[in-house]
Design a protein around this ligand. Structure first.
Ligand code: HEM
Length: 231
């Protein structure tokens, strides 16, 4: 058996990849959120940041490719771990183990699927402008893509704003249990650290939820508006 098929058939190997890719995705989510929070600094700050990313050119495509690989690996390993655990355990033991683990880890696969669906909608919404083609035509007075107006317009629609807020709560739920789990998956599972990881996983997840929800909520409350000229 070669190395890949050994990893593919081992629930520990799959969990390890899931944990490492999960960690990288958490870091992306934090950086993405911090960048997006410049929405509150006004059009100039957010549009400058967005145009900096756009101007990365090939490097941006490399980062997008890396991100896609991380997502795909994370999802494949999640499905594989769920499958390997199902076939490896007799039903009664599985139920007992699930009860012991509590509701949360069992629901990781479901909240994960919902977050994945959100991501498809999110990319169609802001990256492709598929829900409103005018999003891609918005430019500020410096000729940059007016991402501030796009986000303000996008979240001006209550259906979009509320979909994001609900999705962020699901993401928070996924992360609050995924973060402590991922340390366990990569082998950092000393019982002494478990309560600390659980607490900090939950705190980090709550901060990510608050940060992300603050944007659609602020637009809905009229605190962030489309600025004419976008600059
Ligand atoms: C309220 C929360 C969020 C806002 C306001 C937001 C905003 C944006 C915007 C404006 C873009 C498009 C950038 C552009 O093409 O100019 C984008 C892209 C993206 N977002 Fe978000 N985002 C949010 C939450 C999330 C979350 C929670 C995730 C992941 C779990 C995520 C993952 C992505 C990805 C993967 C891209 C594509 C990046 C690229 O291709 O360059 N976003 N986001």
């Amino acid at each position: 058996m070669n190395l890949w098929s050994r990893i593919w058939n081992s629930s520990i190997g799959m969990k390890m990849i899931m944990g490492l890719t999960g960690l990288a995705l958490v870091l992306f989510t934090i950086v993405h959120m911090l960048g997006n929070l410049q929405l509150f600094l006004g059009p100039h700050a957010l549009n400058r940041y967005a145009s900096f990313l756009q101007n990365l050119g090939e490097l941006l495509w490399l980062m997008r490719g890396g991100l896609l690989i991380l997502f795909v690996l994370h999802v494949i390993c999640a499905i594989r771990v769920t499958y390997l655990n199902r076939v490896a355990r007799p039903v009664r033991y599985r139920r007992a183990a699930q009860v012991q683990l509590g509701l949360a880890p069992r629901t990781l696969i479901y909240t994960g699927v919902l977050v994945f669906i959100f991501l498809g909608y999110h990319l169609a919404h802001f990256t492709l402008g598929a829900t409103d083609p005018s999003f891609k035509e918005l430019h500020d007075s410096l000729g940059r893509h007016d991402v501030h107006s796009m986000v303000a317009k996008g979240f001006g629609d209550p259906r979009a704003a509320w979909s994001y807020m609900i999705a962020m709560i699901l993401l928070g739920y996924h992360l609050s249990h995924g973060i402590p789990n991922l340390f366990q998956s990569v082998g950092w599972n000393h019982p002494k650290y478990q309560p600390v990881l659980k607490r900090w996983g939950a705190i980090l997840a709550i901060l990510i939820v608050i940060g992300n929800i603050s944007m659609p909520l602020a637009v809905q409350l009229g605190l962030v508006r489309v600025v004419a000229g976008g600059h």
